[in-house]
Design a protein around this ligand. Sequence first.
Ligand SMILES: Cc1cc2nc3c(=O)[nH]c(=O)nc-3n(C[C@H](O)[C@H](O)[C@H](O)COP(=O)(O)OP(=O)(O)OC[C@H]3O[C@@H](n4cnc5c(N)ncnc54)[C@H](O)[C@@H]3O)c2cc1C
Length: 537
Amino acid sequence: MGYPQYMRDSIAKVEATRPRRLQETFPMLTAQEKQALLEKFHPDYIREAMRELRVGPNKGTRTPHELADLLEARPLLDPAAVNLDNVDYETDVLIIGGGGAGSAAAIKAREAGAKVIMATKLRHGDANTMMAQGGIQAADKENDSPAIHYLDVMGGGGFTNDPDLVEALVRDAPLVIQWLESLGCMFDKHPDGTLITIHGGGTSRKRMHSARDYSGAEIMRTLRDEVRSWPEDIQVIEFAPAVELLMDENGRVAGAVLMNLETNEYLVVKAKCTIIATGGSGRLHYQNYPTTNHYGATGDGLVMAYRVGARLAFIDTMQYHPTGAAFPEQIVGLLVTEKVRGLGAQVVNIDGEQFVFPRETRDAESAAIIRECVERGKGVSTPSGIQGVWLDSPMIEIIHGPGTVQRELPAMVRQFGRFGVDIVKEPMLVYPTLHYQNGGIAIKPDCTTDIPGLYVAGEASGGVHGRNRLMGNSLLDVTVFGRRAGITVGQHFRDVKLGKLTLSHLERWEKELKDAGLDPKVSAPILLPDYTRKKGV
Ligand SMILES: Cc1cc2nc3c(=O)[nH]c(=O)nc-3n(C[C@H](O)[C@H](O)[C@H](O)COP(=O)(O)OP(=O)(O)OC[C@H]3O[C@@H](n4cnc5c(N)ncnc54)[C@H](O)[C@@H]3O)c2cc1C
């Protein structure tokens, strides 16, 4: 195992240029250079990869084929198979999704006196939140402020972001770090007890808070423990994905139909307020990219919300993380955290030369890597023909001293070490990987949507990051807006009187499909990618 000899020959060039590169700063792209690079090489700009939606509130919106097929699909649920008079669970608040956003929402809704049901597809915490590595942003140092953080977020998103959502994000950020700490989250600290913060791509200040390179697992552990401390008030139903939202006769979202994944039985949950916190859609493998996402990231929340008339925002833009593993084969697509570049590792080509500033925003960094491999032919081919460039991790200990890599990146050391690559001494081969859904269901800063009774938080929402999210702003997003969703429903639920439950929106949907001349063969939500199931099941 480890690198074959021909790859080692390229590594020798990386080692030879390293002393010179340690003194070099590759220039950042100008705004014009960046735009030209994106338009030519970023996957979002490939025309054939998208088409216009033909039905629903976003009719006419450019959308990746993979997502468009699901948004225009037939319902998975046959309404005749469910008796809505037979309600299995009744609650104040239903939260769909047991990741970071859903858990934060549950905690705040309970604090406001609501009875909560959290229904989740797999186990509580089987989620992208659990997998996050690098950290969470918050402007809580003297040389920083929410206003500077605001400018970075807007700049990162190409000034397309919803300014009100960004304001909410950056204003709540310092509070959120304190809140997580108060719940027991163990962020990295200096010996004097102050929080350690480092740079991320596109950030003008060091404001990334981390827990080694398992920041998401630490945050998820903290939130899950807190949720599980209140079993009388928060009921967690695992292996029970929502397959359709319920409405009442007055047009309010009134809960959901769940499917028991073991028995395939349907469960009717009636709820005064429903929060979608189903996360992203990396497992749709847009444009055949590998992904960093967990298996449940199949865009279900978007599909269900779209069918009840919720508007989507920025769904034509996905985040391709610049540094997915390209070798060894067993881990292709898995994330190599941006923290590696934050600690000083440069990105270099087959000759050991830099070709991009290592901390450009992710969209530009990815586009530069694609250009280097596809146009300039300066990538390294793996034995199975995958292209990649080197991420020169041995620089880290030259800059910060022996032991840094093991201390700061223990998960990365294990991930590569298992296959014979020692990242302390050898660089990692990387290529962009599908990482994050920049857009989602349109929300307001209090997490309300266009549809009464429907609230959204986390990666399932769209608008806060515009066309490109900066590192560390998603763990922040899920915590800020998860809390806000919980607080908002806590203010609303007592005033809600639900009418008779109905699934009549599915009949309207079928009619809309027919009127548009569509006869889709796909049913959605898909719940899990095809390759996780045996054919025909
Ligand atoms: C490998 C990796 C590393 C990352 N690193 C960072 C980082 O360092 N910093 C950062 O800010 N961001 C990072 N991110 C992004 C960030 O982790 C996620 O965007 C964020 O955690 C999403 O949180 P969420 O609660 O919205 O969704 P998730 O945490 O994915 O939770 C969604 C939940 O909904 C469930 N679900 C889905 N469909 C249904 C359904 N139909 N019914 C019921 N439940 C359903 C899922 O099973 C899951 O439990 C990373 C992401 C990945 C994948």
